[in-house]
Design a protein around this ligand. Structure first.
Ligand code: SF4
Length: 517
């Protein structure tokens, strides 16, 4: 099904919309076996975009025929078997690169069309999928990476995330949304799922109903980054646990049927919410769900930006979860195999991914923590990273991304490691680097956001440079960072950041961070 048309006859559909009406994105699954048999040259150019619905993008340069694949990891939770399959794909097909994204997913590079059917079979064998990981469809559902083991979570959200994720997977009722659509479901009290930057978020809430305190969710809608970022706003409703799927379907139906399809750059849910306001949105929502109770109270304490470094108590007595740094989210396949071995030997084999591009090994008995931490792999994937590399995030950038203007991942890593050699600050400084305004690396919520641009130098040659933004946060409802004047050529970026950080260090009071500075 396409969508219910709520358009007046003089409203025009954009080119992508017309193409989607010709052929639904998920139909690419029917064509992939044919293309795999006949090679990349058998894929008509006008079909390239449809691969997104299968979680596949052509990497840079497109004509070379290599794909990037994004695999959904709902709430960032991977079993031993799932992690093994992913590491195997990275090793056998992806030249050993295993990237953790800012939405808890996993990305591979260098895949050829011939390899895709076997990769799908492997993913399917352990209940994983790349369907909807890209495209105008419900993306990976982000959640609490410590769901089920979090001593502070309001309640375990694993089954709810699974139910909602599985409902939208391969669901042709919702495979033609106006644009990408991002959901988070979490009851982590430190907002580990970055609720305010999702299109729709279910956040922890309690409400007294008929004399009994019920645990459930508040609903936020209309967040999102890219060139015109918005923070999600809270709708005045309380959603009980059992109602999450119904409400998720209602919100998605509204987006599908009322979201803008004329101009692609205004097609995200955030633009509809900005125009309607949350009051009108609530009225529409209740046409689908019936009347919902008004808001309760929010127990969210603060924002941890998805960082869990160190050894922590699980809610299960005697067990620990341990948060490790993965520099700019990139692992090798061999490292992942080693992490699985360690997680299996000391715990239950599970690996969890965070929005900060880092990972967690859960279920480690207290008495095994010391010997686990002595394993050589944790010299690089460290539990207690240096501050700058430990708080650096980067998008894919020009190495693989067709939209990138500049290099990001390797540059961010080198800059962060150099800054760690040059200075220390008494608070973490979260730096996010992105290669274009699409903001996959979530530049807007960073203490220091670095956005790639091209500039013309004195010799009239084009060169890579960065805009610098400061003071982003999702603390207290959130605030996006602000742009500083000028653009910094890539060669001067480390020195410029060092100056900025020395200034910050000199002027700040103890404990003050970039947001409060
Ligand atoms: Fe590519 Fe831009 Fe996203 Fe970076 S932010 S991965 S450059 S689209």
């Amino acid at each position: 099904m396409a969508y219910t048309k709520h358009w007046s006859s003089n409203e025009k559909l954009n080119k992508t919309e017309l193409a989607k009406l010709e052929k639904d994105g998920l139909k690419i699954y029917e064509d992939i076996p044919h293309y795999a048999k006949n090679g990349f040259s058998s894929i008509p150019k006008d079909q390239w975009d449809l691969f997104k619905w299968a979680g596949l993008y052509l990497q840079k340069p497109k004509e070379a025929g290599y794909f990037m694949m994004r695999v959904n990891v709902p709430s960032g939770i991977l079993t031993k078997e799932q992690a093994n399959i992913l590491a195997g794909i990275a090793k056998d097909y992806g030249r050993g690169i295993f990237d953790i994204t800012t939405r808890q997913a996993i990305q591979f590079h260098w895949l050829t069309i011939e390899e895709i059917p076997d990769i799908f079979t492997r993913l399917e064998s352990v209940g994983l999928s790349s369907a909807g990981a890209c495209g105008d469809i419900t993306r990976n559902i982000v959640g609490n990476p410590i769901a089920g083991i979090d001593p502070d979570e309001l309640f375990d959200t694993r089954d709810i995330v699974k139910e909602v994720y599985e409902y939208f997977q391969f669901n042709e009722e919702f495979s033609n949304l106006p644009r990408k659509y991002k959901m988070s479901i979490s009851t982590n009290l430190q907002n580990a799922a970055n609720a305010e930057i999702n299109c729709v978020s279910f956040t922890p809430a309690e409400k007294n109903i008929d004399g009994a305190v019920k645990q459930g969710f508040h609903l936020k809608v209309g967040g999102g980054l890219s060139a015109k970022p918005f923070l999600a706003e809270t709708v005045d409703v309380f959603v009980e646990k059992e109602q999450v799927l119904q409400v998720a379907i209602a919100v998605t139906t509204i987006f599908r049927d009322y979201g803008y399809r004329d101009k692609r750059h205004r097609a995200r849910l955030k633009f509809l919410i900005a125009d309607w306001g949350v009051e009108k949105f609530k009225e529409k929502l209740e046409e689908y769900t019936g009347v919902l109770p008004s808001k309760g109270v929010e127990p969210v304490k603060k924002w941890n930006a998805g960082y869990f470094y160190g050894v922590h108590d699980q809610k299960q007595s005697g067990l620990k979860f341990i948060g490790f740094n993965v520099p700019v989210g990139r692992l090798t396949a061999d490292e992942v195999f080693e992490l699985i071995r360690i997680s299996d030997q000391y715990g239950q084999g599970e690996i969890r991914t965070c929005n900060s591009q880092n990972l967690i090994l859960p279920h480690i008995p207290e008495e095994h923590v010391e010997s686990l931490l002595a394993e050589p792999i944790f010299n690089r994937i460290t539990v207690n990273p240096n501050s700058f590399i430990g708080h650096s995030v980067s998008c894919t950038g020009i190495q693989f991304c067709n939209l990138a203007l500049v290099e990001t991942k390797e540059r961010m890593r080198q800059i962060a490691e150099e800054l760690d050699r040059r200075l220390t600050v008494d608070v973490p400084v979260r730096m996010h680097m992105i290669g274009c305004p699409n903001s996959c690396g979530q530049r807007q919520i960073a203490d220091i956001g670095l956005q790639g641009v091209m500039i013309r130098n004195k010799n009239k040659e084009m060169e890579e440079a960065y805009e610098v933004y400061v003071g982003g946060t999702l603390e207290s409802g959130g605030e996006f960072n602000k742009k500083l004047k000028g653009k910094v050529p890539a060669n001067f970026l480390t020195d410029t950041l060092e100056h900025l950080l020395h200034f910050f260090k000199k002027e700040k009071i103890a404990g003050e961070n970039f947001y409060t500075f």
